[in-house]
Design a protein around this ligand. Structure first.
Ligand SMILES: *Cc1c(COP(=O)(O)O)cnc(C)c1O
Length: 393
């Protein structure tokens, strides 16, 4: 399947498996080979075969992943990086110059806030955070120099839902670009470009890779977005090549393999998380359950409109810090670890783990919150694990 217009008519599942995956013309190998090479022989000086010259600039295994990513987000161009943060940094460098301003949700991934706050702010960029669900607050926080409005929905760890179309309307009226970090939802559950966003970023380390065995990141967008007289996609491509935080061929291949089952995994992640959330509502040891699939969640109706289902991430608030710590350290199937989105269930204590970098800032997370990345093991085993653990804390 080539990345032409007709490919866009295929179902998501077909694209996940087939986009960027033509069989090998030389051998008939159904799976395209992993091109573990740094360089490519030239047919005479400058005679590149299919444009390949040196792997930092391009490698067929990375191209396969980039075509797959673009197809799944319904975009023209995909760029794959060594990590989610490398992707974010390359995108921001392509857009920003000193004096520009970034407006971010007050609950974005801690590392994203740290990247801008500790790397781009000292370089002369302005940064503010805002409650993205409060559209008046978003309008008020946009300044003449605002170039980027950056949001995550569902957010981490409180699963807040942002109206992508409404924020895009406000940002576009002010001449700013909307970047959506679509890591939690994945393109299977949510298509931010169709909702009006300009650029998607991913930590492919999470659900896209899906097996907790490969780090990666992506920038996905359409051509035709002009930034300082240049096409933004071309600028991202230049920084990917010129700075070099690319994904290695084997990493790209593992990510591609993971993506082929994304739709099947996400259906199960959502079903398991929904079952767990419903089993936990009203539990006496919990002050609150944060899951957008629950009707009482404040973003439930918006999420139902914006997403295919509600995803595999769920947070709970215990009655105090001590109970939260005991809970996070006592589950059996849910393993205490950073990260999320793998087939195996993980538990995380955000205030000292994923969100340690934002302690003391507006993004600080309550010490009574515990986050669960609900895997695709048997739902009843996962529910029993959490209920048994709550009995003991
Ligand atoms: C993990 C994560 C990132 C950072 O990605 P890395 O691959 O760890 O660099 C960015 N955004 C979200 C939502 C994440 O969960």
């Amino acid at each position: 399947m080539s990345p032409d217009q007709s490919a866009r008519d295929y179902d998501f599942a077909t694209q996940a498996i087939r986009a960027g995956q033509p069989f090998d013309a030389t051998t008939g190998s159904v799976i395209p080979p992993v091109y573990l090479t740094t360089t490519f022989v030239q047919d005479g000086i400058g005679g590149f075969r299919n444009g390949y010259e040196y792997t930092r600039g391009g490698n067929p295994t990375r191209t396969a992943l980039e075509e797959q990513l673009a197809a799944l987000e319904g975009a023209d161009r995909g760029f794959s990086f060594a990590s989610g943060l490398a992707a974010e940094d390359s995108l921001l460098r392509a857009i920003l110059k000193p004096g520009d301003h970034v407006l971010m949700g007050n609950d974005v991934y801690g590392g994203t806030h740290r990247l801008v706050n500790r790397v781009h702010v000292p370089w002369g960029v302005g940064l503010d955070t805002v409650e993205m669900g409060d559209l008046d607050a978003v309008r008020a926080a946009i300044r003449p120099g605002t170039r980027v409005v950056w949001l995550e929905t569902p957010s981490n760890p409180l699963m807040k839902i942002t109206d992508v179309a409404a924020v895009a309307e406000i940002a576009h009226a002010a001449g700013a670009l909307v970047v959506v970090d679509n890591t939690f939802a994945t393109p299977y559950l949510q298509q931010p470009l169709a909702l009006g966003a300009d650029v998607i970023v991913h930590s492919t380390t999470k659900y896209l890779g899906g097996h907790s065995d490969v780090l990666g990141g992506a920038v996905v967008l359409n051509g035709g977005i002009e930034v300082d007289g240049e096409d933004l996609a071309d600028k991202v491509g230049f920084i990917q090549f010129g700075v070099g935080a690319v994904s290695a061929p084997l990493d790209a291949w593992l990510t591609t393999r993971g993506i082929k089952t994304l739709h099947v995994r996400m259906d199960r992640h959502s079903a398991n998380a929904q079952a767990l959330a419903e089993a936990l509502v009203g539990h006496p040891k919990l002050a609150r359950v944060y899951y957008p699939g629950l009707p009482e969640h404040p973003g439930h109706e918006l999420a139902a409109r914006q997403m295919r289902s509600f995803g595999g991430m769920l947070s709970v608030e215990l009655h105090d810090e001590a109970a939260a710590r005991r809970f996070a350290e006592s589950t059996q199937l849910f393993q205490l670890a950073e990260s999320l989105g793998g087939v195996e269930s993980l538990v995380c204590y955000p205030s000292e783990m994923t969100h340690a970098s934002v302690r003391g800032t507006a993004l600080e997370v309550s010490p009574a919150i515990v986050r669960l990345s609900v895997g695709i093991e048997g739902a009843s085993d996962l529910v029993s694990d959490v209920l048994d653990t709550l009995d003991r804390v």
